[in-house]
Design a protein around this ligand. Structure first.
Ligand SMILES: Cc1ncc(COP(=O)(O)O)c(C=O)c1O
Length: 414
């Protein structure tokens, strides 16, 4: 029902659709539902005692700074700590290359503000992170999609897509959300070379890189870019902007993420961030620094990895035990998600309604595609937010819904 307000909204608001995921998640709140739908970390792993001590210490020793306005770039000790931590992965950056954001989600919004003119194309993976599409849509982005397979973005299809002249590429190299896949090392090199050849920058979004449960860590694109192209000028001429977050390693409620970029890019982003929120909460930044310091974060991440590895394995085992052979899934080496592919004639939105009747929830895969027909036959399952026995029971319930629908695919239950 339009009201006088409807006509007052700016043109850019017209392209915004309400998030299908958020609407679906509302239906999964009933306590009897086992939800594999959200991307939520396990709350029982939040380091609450350490936060209590840190808050206490900050209020006693650092209140004047922590409760005051801060610089837009972020709390200097936190930026320095991030620069030190990422150096372990080969990312050579000083604190001046690091901008603290209110979650990676704000980083995506700022990137959109910085780079997208209405009608500009953004090259994304198919499927890709829905939140990035939401952030870029507002700035009038159009999309060109390149599919992923078990080794991540299919770089052999990239060149043709690059010829359509995208403004930048948005890439999730590690344990992709939603696909769970990781970009193979050879493809990282191809991607970076093509980015250089076509002069098209890469936004590397890496919230899950530290949550690896098997295999060797692969070099981030920002490192491949620097090393392959022998950049001896630091990141000044680099093609990659790198994003990460404390959401999956400490707590998403902190709303703390960061951008690593050439100083010229950071300076422009700082201006844009000033208009948005002046700076990310000083109190939160100081507390997060006090929590993470002295090796605590590393120790904590080791614990998270162990718990999530068990949960991933529980989900893989349950899928093997209960699902019919026509259903396939990717094997994620890390992260929070498992991507399941159903036979062609199964429509996941209809399956979602069936699953809810069995008191289990997932996210239908079609929400994660920027362009084209995804075929509607994928499900994203999250494994971090439920203990192994609940995961097994949830997959058992889901398998009932899947098997019923495989027998009667034509029945639309929505
Ligand atoms: C790929 C990706 N990028 C960014 C985000 C946003 O994270 P944050 O909580 O830091 O805003 C998420 C959250 O799930 C994500 O999966």
């Amino acid at each position: 029902m339009p009201t006088p307000w409807t006509n007052r909204f700016a043109q850019r608001t017209k392209v915004i659709k309400s998030s299908v995921i958020r609407e679906l998640l509302k239906l999964t709140q009933r306590p009897e539902v086992i939800s594999f739908a959200g991307g939520l970390p396990a709350p029982e792993l939040f380091p609450i005692e350490r936060f209590k001590e840190a808050c206490q210490r900050v209020l006693v020793e650092k209140a004047a700074c922590a409760l005051q306005y801060g610089t837009t770039e972020g709390y200097a000790p936190l930026r320095e700590m991030i620069a030190r931590n990422i150096a372990r992965y080969g990312i050579v950056a000083s604190a001046d290359n690091v901008l603290i954001t209110s979650g990676s989600q704000q980083a995506l919004d700022l990137i959109g503000k910085l780079l997208i003119n209405p009608g500009d194309r953004v090259l994304v993976e198919a499927p890709t992170y829905l939140g990035a599409l939401q952030a870029f849509d507002v700035y009038g982005a159009e999309y060109v999609s390149v599919p992923i397979d078990d080794d991540g973005l299919q770089t052999e299809l990239l060149e043709e897509a690059l010829r359509s002249g995208p403004k930048f590429m948005y890439i999730l190299p590690n344990f992709q959300n939603p696909g769970g896949v990781t970009l193979a090392e050879g493809r990282r090199h191809q991607l970076v070379l093509l980015a250089e050849t076509y002069g098209i920058p890469i936004i590397e979004d890496d919230p899950y890189g530290q949550l690896r449960y098997e295999g060797e860590h692969l070099p981030p694109l920002i490192v491949v870019d620097r090393e392959n192209l022998r950049r001896d000028d630091g990141y000044r001429l680099g093609n990659v902007i790198y994003l990460s977050t404390f959401s999956k390693t400490l707590a998403p409620g902190l709303r703390l993420g960061w951008i690593v970029a050439p100083s010229e890019v950071i300076a422009k982003l700082v201006q844009l961030k000033q208009g948005a929120d002046l700076h990310t909460s000083t109190f939160t930044q100081v507390v997060a620094y006090e929590v993470a310091r002295d090796g605590f974060l590393d120790e904590h991440v080791r614990k998270i990895r162990q718990v999530y590895r068990e949960r991933r394995d529980a989900m893989l085992a349950a899928l093997q035990e209960f699902f019919p052979p026509e259903v396939t899934w990717a094997h994620p080496a890390g992260g929070l998600f498992l991507w399941v592919t159903l036979p062609k004639d199964i429509e996941c939105k209809a399956l979602f309604a069936d699953a809810l009747r069995q008191n289990v929830a997932f996210v239908p895969g079609d929400s994660f595609y920027a362009t084209g027909d995804a075929g509607g036959r994928h499900m994203r399952l999250n494994f971090s937010n439920a203990p192994p026995e609940q995961i097994r029971e949830g997959i058992r319930r889901l398998s009932i819904a899947v098997q019923c629908r495989m027998k009667r695919p034509e029945m639309i239950a929505l």
